[in-house]
Each structure stands twice: as C-alpha cells, then as structure tokens.
Design a protein around this ligand. Structure first.
Ligand SMILES: O=C([C@H](O)CO)[C@H](O)[C@H](O)COP(=O)(O)O
Length: 210
C-alpha cells in the first residue's frame, strides 16, 4: 500500500518545507485543495520540480469543466488529479480524457456521496484510476466519527481505492487490511510536532503489518 501525504498548508514555501521533510517516507505528495486555492497552479509546479521522482496529486476536487481543469493541473506537473464523484458523468469522462492524452490518472473523490460503493463502481467504469473513500475535515469533526464507514465501503465496492479521513498511526493498519491501494494522511503528518518522524512511523507501521 502506498502512503500519500496531504499537504493542507496555505503557502508554497510551507508545502515545500514539509515535502522535503517527509518525502523519504511517502509515495504520493498531495497538494491540498486549500493550498491550490491559495497559491494557484504554480504550487503544483513547485512541488513536482522539487520531487520529480514522486507521484504528485493535485486535489482539485473538480465539479465541472472536467477536461479543462484536469488538463491545466496535468500541464502544471500533476500526475493524479481529483474530480468529485458528485459531478456529472460527463465531467468525470472529460477529466479521464485529459488524463489519457497525457498518460496520467484521475482519482474520483467520493466525499459527500451517500452510496459510495455504487458510485465508486460507476466512476471506475468511466475510466478513473482509483476512487478515494473520503470523509472531509468538517465530517471528521462531527461527534462519533470514525473510519469504519469508509473502510466498509472500500471492502464492498471491490474497486481500487484510497482512504482519506483522519488516517493516523492508530488506523493505518486497518486501512491496509481493508485492501486500500493508498492511505492518505494529512493532519497526522502536517500537524505533528515532528512531521518526518510521523511519516516514518506510518511507513514503519506498514512494514510491520506486511
Ligand atoms: O482532502 C482533504 C480535505 O478535504 C481538505 O483539503 C484532506 O487533505 C484529506 O481529508 C486528508 O487529510 P486528513 O483528513 O487530515 O488526514
């Protein structure tokens, strides 16, 4: 299973500094939606240029103009771009078209979708590389939130998937057992007192579980 660090910081400089610390322990570097909104596509170019060997994920959360939005993110250096599962099928298909033309990939983010397993199968049929079973930061803040709903959706859907929603050292083993291709960790890394240590701990937890 791959580890994806989600960088929900607000400046390219802070993102570059975090990425430099954690890159040895992660496979995918994600530019979070707030970062892209704050700094623009240049943040994607800066991270790809600093880490050409890493998979760079632009969390565009595209809802419309799928082909256009995916294409500008790929042109800036992204290898993977996210589209929302609540978007129209034509938006997903347009983004997939842009990805195929550049030999890159679309990840469909199922945040807010009630029947995540059903929509996951639909968007994989449209050509998405994998889906993200995702509970956003606001959903995570609700009382009683845990990862189990996302993990069960992943098990039921039987498609390639990632899990994002407060993945931590306590839960990354469960994400792996559920069969995820990618565990996404944002706050568990960027809010840690020592982000490199936190990322290394996540990596070591996977080695031990393997
Ligand atoms: O996609 C995300 C969220 O919508 C804000 O952009 C996060 O990057 C994702 O949820 C992973 O972060 P954590 O939940 O803090 O692990």
């Amino acid at each position: 299973m791959k580890i994806q660090v989600a960088i929900d910081l607000l400046t390219t400089q802070d993102a570059l500094e975090l990425a430099a610390k954690v890159a040895p322990y992660v496979d995918i570097i994600e530019l979070g939606t707030p970062l892209i909104k704050a700094e623009g596509l240049s943040a994607i170019a800066a991270i790809k240029s600093a880490h050409p060997d890493k998979i760079v994920f632009a969390d565009m959360k595209t809802m419309d103009a799928g082909e256009l939005e995916a294409d500008i993110a790929f042109a800036a250096g992204a290898d993977l771009v996210s589209v929302l599962g609540s978007a129209d099928d034509s938006t997903v298909a347009g983004a997939v078209k842009a990805a195929k033309e550049r030999n890159k990939g679309i990840v469909v983010d199922l945040i807010g979708i009630p029947d995540k397993a059903k929509r996951a199968r639909e968007v994989i049929a449209l050509g998405a590389q994998f889906v993200e079973f995702h509970a956003g930061l606001d959903e995570q803040a609700q009382p009683g939130y845990d990862l189990n709903g996302l993990l069960n959706a992943g098990i039921v859907a039987e498609v390639p998937f990632s899990v994002a929603g407060g993945v931590s050292i306590k839960t990354i083993g469960d994400v792996q057992k559920a069969g995820a291709q990618v565990a996404v960790a944002g706050g568990a890394i960027y809010s840690a007192a020592d982000p490199a240590f936190a990322a290394r701990e996540l990596r070591e937890a996977l080695v031990q579980a393997a």
